[in-house]
Design a protein around this ligand. Structure first.
Ligand code: 57M
Length: 360
């Protein structure tokens, strides 16, 4: 909004010319999201506590988690408010990719909110039935995929780029649609599964958002994309502002979600943030890099798939408990140790993901 209000005045007030620069607006989107979270968190947490939006903790989980019962959840409402508020303030709202990303994020947030509401308010431990939850995720993912598929402005709309292989572009044609839905639904659920110990998911989302800010800025910058032989998709550079706001909102929420957590994000947070990362990857054609940059999310989801598969096929577990963060908890690692070590691996994977820009 500020871009539309102030940049046109740059003829008379030359300082306002700075609003033209994505880097300037990204920096301030980051700070704005952080400040909104800091300002509103105490009020939101006490509001959730008053409304008794406390987490119920399953007895079959790590015993160390039983003390977490009653922690206010659905804090993802605050993350979405800070993220979307900052993007609406600082992004170029005439950019269609900004709206696609906002719709995906809020759309999945609504699904998560209904699930949280049924679990926390209606005391229905199952929440939204799995088939309805997945069904709505596919519906929202399909809308996003179709909008991107029928996008004349994107020369690579249906192509898949492979890291390290500059020239390789696999034409997916109509198959791009189910592929895009799979990426968005997959990343949403991967973040959801990862959100099982204090600060782990939000910290990793912040790391992935920071790495994506670099990738997205370069992919939307003609000269830099040409130099690095990265796909140049006109207009996607504006999503750097979204990434900045996501970093700010993540850092702000982490302040309160850090161990011992004062608030959990709930499915409203985990589903929406995962969908945001997945949609970002699909828009910028960095789906394969997302697998590296968001590698911990992939490992967490894979640990569940392998655990359930092994149990069903062999009747034996591979891990003490899945997702894999619980396995290390049961191995005796203190919760903070699990979280920080997973963050360290997440940062290393993000750097490897960024290195693919040069190593193509
Ligand atoms: C999402 N939710 C946390 C919180 C957060 C198929 C199976 C793998 C599903 C999976 C599952 O239920 N996943 C749901 C994980 C829950 O966190 C809430 O959920 C929101 C995110 N969606 O925002 O509101 C618990 O996680 C802990 N937590 C923190 N700090 C945080 O910042 O400590 C969350 C955020 C919270 C709190 O204790 O209550 C969750 O774990 O449910 N199931 C599991 O993950 C379970 N694993 C399991 O059953 N493994 C089996 C099979 C099925 C693979 C096995 O290994 O044999 C574990 N989770 C629980 N109990 N709660 C272990 C058992």
């Amino acid at each position: 909004m500020l871009y539309h209000l102030l940049y046109p005045l740059s003829d008379t007030i030359s300082y306002f010319n700075v609003f033209r620069y994505i880097t300037f607006r990204t920096a301030y989107a980051t700070v704005t999201a952080l400040l909104i979270t800091f300002l509103l968190a105490p009020m939101v947490i006490s509001w959730l506590r008053k409304l008794k939006m406390g987490q119920t903790v399953r007895s079959d989980g790590p015993q160390t988690h039983l003390g977490k019962a009653g922690t206010p959840t659905m804090g993802g409402i605050l993350i979405l408010f800070a993220l979307c508020g900052s993007v609406l303030l600082w992004a170029d709202l005439s950019n269609r990719y900004v709206w696609v990303l906002l719709v995906a994020t809020v759309g999945y947030g609504v699904i998560g909110l209904v699930d949280d509401y049924l679990k926390v308010v209606r005391k229905n431990p199952q929440g939204l039935k799995a088939r309805y939850k997945l069904g709505w995720q596919v519906v929202v993912g399909l809308v996003i995929a179709l909008v991107l598929y029928y996008n004349p402005a994107d020369p690579y709309a249906t192509k898949l780029s492979i890291p390290f292989f500059k020239r390789w572009l696999i034409e997916l044609s109509w198959f791009y649609i189910p592929f895009a839905v799979l990426v968005i639904v997959g990343s949403s659920n991967a973040v959801n599964l990862t959100d099982g110990v204090d600060g782990l998911a939000i910290g990793l989302v912040g790391i992935a958002a920071a790495a994506n800010a670099v990738l997205v800025y370069i992919g939307g910058h003609a000269k830099m994309a040409e130099y690095l032989k990265v796909l140049y998709i006109p207009g996607t550079g504006e999503l750097t502002v979204f990434c900045g706001a996501l970093v700010g909102a993540s850092l702000g929420f982490l302040w309160y979600n850090a161990n011992p957590a004062e608030v959990f994000m709930g499915d409203v947070g985990s589903l929406s943030l995962g969908a945001a990362l997945g949609t970002l990857a699909v828009i910028t054609k960095h789906e394969m890099i997302l697998v590296v940059v968001g590698g911990i999310f992939v490992i967490e989801a894979m640990s569940v798939i392998l655990q359930v598969g092994s149990f069903k096929l062999r009747g034996k577990r591979i891990f003490s408990m899945a997702p894999i963060h619980h396995h290390f908890e049961l191995k005796g690692w203190a919760e903070p140790k699990v979280i920080v070590r997973f963050w360290i691996v997440g940062i290393i994977l993000a750097l490897i993901g960024l290195s693919t820009l040069k190593l193509r």
